[in-house]
Design a protein around this ligand. Structure first.
Ligand code: E4P
Length: 217
């Protein structure tokens, strides 16, 4: 299973990378706004900091405009994945870009049928949003389960990139279901290492070690 960092914060991306915690990055216009950076400059820097795919989102609404923006974004670096919204125009642009070997990530997916269309359009990644479904009292994880079943039924190669992750529990459930990738905010990725018994155990070991009066080196 791959982990992507859902952020445009280059400092966080570098730290996560050093810890070997990430295999790629996803951004969106809101994350670019939050980072307060020039879009193309930020994407170039992130692409340089990781060898994995880096999603950069188009903002045009028509297929021709999305395709033009997507082709331009793809020139920034080889590891750019062009992020396109799950609309009919987004699917048309996806088909054209994927057909030319450009990586694509179809985003804002909230139903299994939408995911089916993205796979048929040749998307490299489909991004179902778990947290936003949970926010409206729907079941985000059930959507991941449905998509996994459908993709397996037909052998679709589109990778399920579980998005809008809000907790370590979302990550664990996605791993159990068999999502190919989760993209999570850095705070959630760091918290995957946390366990109170680890802290308690470490404290006890260090106390006992100090009592021996020995040194390791
Ligand atoms: C996915 O690629 C999106 O950037 C992201 O996961 C959206 O998450 P949010 O619902 O927390 O904004």
């Amino acid at each position: 299973m791959k982990f992507f960092a859902d952020t445009a914060d280059i400092g966080e991306i570098r730290s996560l990378n050093e810890a070997g915690l990430i295999d790629g990055v996803t951004t969106n216009p809101s994350l670019i706004k939050k980072a307060g950076r020039d879009f193309r400059e930020a994407i170039a820097e992130i692409c340089d900091a990781t060898t994995g795919p880096v999603s950069a989102e188009v903002v045009a609404l028509d297929a021709a405009g999305m395709e033009k923006e997507g082709r331009s974004l793809a020139t920034i670096a080889d590891n750019v994945a062009v992020k396109l919204p799950l609309t009919i125009d987004g699917l048309k642009a996806c088909r054209r870009l994927s057909g030319d070997g450009i990586k694509t990530n179809v985003t804002l997916c909230f139903s299994a049928n939408q995911a089916l269309l993205a796979a048929k359009a040749g998307a490299s990644f489909i991004s179902p949003f778990i947290g936003r479904l949970d926010d409206i009292h729907a079941d985000g994880l059930a959507l991941i389960r449905e998509i996994r079943g459908i993709y397996d039924n037909y052998g679709f190669r589109t990778e399920i990139l579980a998005a809008s992750i809000r907790s370590p529990n979302h990550v664990k459930e996605c791993a159990l279901i068999g999502a190919d990738v989760v993209t999570a905010p850095p705070a959630v990725l760091w918290r995957l290492a946390d366990h109170p018994l680890t802290d308690k155990g470490l404290e006890a070991f260090l106390k006992d070690w100090a009592a021996t009066g020995q040194s390791v080196l």
